[in-house]
Design a protein around this ligand. Structure first.
Ligand code: PMP
Ligand code: GLN
Length: 383
């Protein structure tokens, strides 16, 4: 294995899902829903396969999906993207993240990431030969947030990019307009490009609204927006995503992506285009149902002795393990399947400064209510 990848072992998601299968534990680790999304969308994919839509689609994606994505960005965020030159279809958000980093970061460039970070960011920054600089999110008044001074201090003359994931995995924070303004100001001042990972763009709770960084003054022209179909439509196995950005950035993404995957799966693209146009009401129901599952899991975790932070978005709750007498979330997560028959994700693996997240584990609530209830009942064994 090349030196630059040696710090990366197996991803925590693979390790913990394998542990769940091996032990028969309830998997509240890896974030995937246990119900598939809108039936008419599933039928579109099945029909596309049976109708023969099974050969290579165009490299940038089928025009119908690029148009649907442009329509969604316009309707939801008031931003115009040219489907021909400013929208590009990828194999999930993961390929978008990879291609954006490989196409935009030179070896030695610095990339700012908020920690805890989604694990592919660190791996792809390393593959690009770039250097990550972390800004730590810390709990403050019930949600994880950052210190603007720490963000400013992370910028150096070598900084090229900043990765912004909101709604944020794994903390559940949705950045406020004020927080995004801080980020935007730093980008404008230091001429940085922002890569925004918006895969949870629809999954916000209570009255919290997701704001796309690209809508802030001076940001559309320096932002690479990434999203995908997996979370919005409960089909994480479809691996269909997209990038929206000014043409020079899309060119950079395309130049890399054409040699990584060449193109993404055909039948899911048409089905996703249909869903983006027609299934808004379904997504709104998903959002409401996830909000009530969030509250159900939080009540259960609190009753089992954890202290929790109520996430504003995503699939995930952060649970503080100290009230139960534990200190190390990684140790607890590895023991949890045997001790309680439940799998969770240790938050510390998403930090460079692991101590900042040592006492948290992440539980997913994108599961049926009976699954959540059964997991909570088992977790009472920890007390
Ligand atoms: N970014 C974040 C923050 C995620 O949680 C995930 C997992 N869904 C991804 C990217 C990857 O998305 P996809 O499955 O579309 O590649
Ligand atoms: N995004 C999901 C999570 O955070 C799954 C990630 C993965 O399996 N790579 O749990």
């Amino acid at each position: 294995l090349v030196r630059r990848m040696r710090e990366f072992g197996e991803t925590i998601f693979a390790e913990m899902s394998a542990l769940a299968v091996r032990t028969g534990a309830i998997n509240l680790g890896q974030g995937f829903p246990d119900e598939s999304g809108p039936e008419a969308m599933l039928r579109h994919a099945a029909d596309a396969i049976l109708a023969g839509d099974n050969q290579y689609p165009p490299g940038p994606g089928v025009p119908e999906l690029r148009e649907a994505v442009a329509g969604q960005r316009r309707a939801r965020y008031g931003l115009e993207y040219d489907p021909a030159t400013e929208v590009f279809v990828t194999v999930g958000a993961t390929e978008g993240i990879a291609a954006a980093l490989l196409g935009l970061a030179e070896p030695g460039d610095e990339v700012i990431v908020f920690e805890p970070y989604y694990d592919s960011y660190a791996a792809m920054i390393a593959m690009a030969g770039a250097v990550r600089r972390t800004v730590t999110l810390r709990p403050d008044q019930g949600r994880f947030t950052f210190d603007p001074d720490e963000l400013r201090a992370a910028v150096t003359p070598r900084t090229k990019l900043i990765m912004v994931n909101s709604p944020h995995n794994p903390t559940g924070t949705v950045f406020t307009r004020a927080e995004l303004e801080e980020i935007a100001a730093v980008c404008r001042e230091h001429d940085l490009v922002a890569i925004t990972d918006e895969v949870y763009e629809y999954l916000t709770f209570d009255d919290v609204e997701h704001i796309s960084l690209a809508t802030l003054p001076g940001m559309r022209e320096r932002t690479v927006v990434i999203s995908s179909t997996g979370k919005t439509f409960s089909v994480t196995g479809w691996k269909t995503g997209w990038v929206c950005a000014p043409a020079p950035f899309v060119n950079a993404v395309r130049t890399v992506a054409q040699f990584v995957t060449f193109t993404a799966s055909a039948p899911y693209q048409r089905a996703t285009a249909y869903a983006l146009r027609e299934e808004g009401a379904w997504v709104e129901n998903l959002r409401k149902s996830l909000q009530s599952k969030r509250d159900r899991l939080i009540s259960g975790l609190e009753a089992a002795g954890f202290a929790t932070l109520r996430p504003q978005g995503t699939y995930f709750v952060q649970a503080d393990i100290r009230p139960l007498g534990f200190a190390d979330g990684l140790e607890l997560a590895r023991a949890l399947p045997e001790r309680a028959g439940v799998v969770a994700i240790p938050t510390q693996v998403f930090y460079d400064h692991a101590e900042a997240g040592a006492h948290f584990v992440r539980f997913a609530f994108c599961k049926r209510e009976d699954v959540i209830d059964a997991a909570v009942e088992r977790l009472h064994r920890l007390a």
